[in-house]
Design a protein around this ligand. Structure first.
Ligand code: SF4
Ligand code: SF4
Length: 222
């Protein structure tokens, strides 16, 4: 899923202060799972904004709405009747959701309420771990399903750097060494022999470094 965090109210206020009416739109998918932009967070942000404006003796119209997915037109259409009544949209979607709303509602400013961070998983309650950089050429099969691109600070593809101590990364001791995880996992699977296979350096041309990417599937098109 996409992991994101909520911006500070002051930063959001700087972007929306110019509008008299704002539609605050949450997304009940990835950003709900990471407790940044789902129904609950949308309600809390709308309330916090109203309170913040009240303290400044201002009373803009702030309305809440939540979409199941903010990056799919079929869901985006569900706020079509609310959008015209507001000067701007404040999106609690990820960067993709913000841009999707802006593409559909062309005459409305769409403001991001979140900072979109990474592709990751919920590791435990309240802990989200980055574990995929979307490199476009997945090699997890070689590494016991632990990604060295995302989870090794040096992105090493053929073994650890030698600086790992007690299973922690020498660059960021607060995180596990990706290669420690890979080796333990392959050992548990009885597949340590995979480490004898040479894995070439990452070909970044299939990642975002090769330019904006697009997937086109004719079999999925009408
Ligand atoms: S190898 Fe690439 S696609 Fe696979 S998990 Fe790592 S970054 Fe993501
Ligand atoms: S300590 Fe481990 S995760 Fe950190 S850079 Fe070295 S091999 Fe990569």
């Amino acid at each position: 899923m996409i992991v994101a965090t909520l911006k500070e109210i002051d930063e959001i206020r700087k972007m929306i202060d110019r509008y008299d009416s704002v539609l605050v739109v949450g997304c009940d998918s990835c950003v709900a799972e990471c407790a940044a932009g789902g129904s609950r967070e949308t309600m809390l942000l709308a309330s916090a904004l109203k309170l913040s404006y009240m303290k400044d003796h201002q009373n803009p119209t702030i309305t809440e709405a939540v979409l199941d997915r903010q990056c799919v037109d079929d869901f985006i259409d569900q706020i079509a009747n609310q959008v015209p009544d507001h000067e701007a949209i404040l999106s609690l979607g990820c960067g993709a959701g913000v841009q999707a709303l802006a593409r559909v509602y062309r005459d409305k400013p769409v403001i991001p309420a979140l900072n979109t961070l990474f592709i990751g998983e919920t590791q435990s309650r309240g802990v989200w771990q980055e574990n995929c950089l979307g490199c476009g050429n997945c090699k997890l099969g070689f590494f016991g399903a632990v990604c060295p691109v995302a989870r090794c600070s040096k992105k090493l593809m053929n073994g650890p750097c030698g600086g790992s101590k007690g299973g922690r990364c020498e660059v960021h001791p607060e995180i596990s060494c990706g290669w420690d995880l890979i080796i333990r996992r392959l050992d548990a699977l009885g597949e340590l022999d995979r480490l004898t296979e040479y894995v070439p350096p990452v070909d970044w041309s299939t990642s975002h470094s090769g330019g904006p990417r697009k997937v086109i599937r004719e079999d999925q098109q009408p």
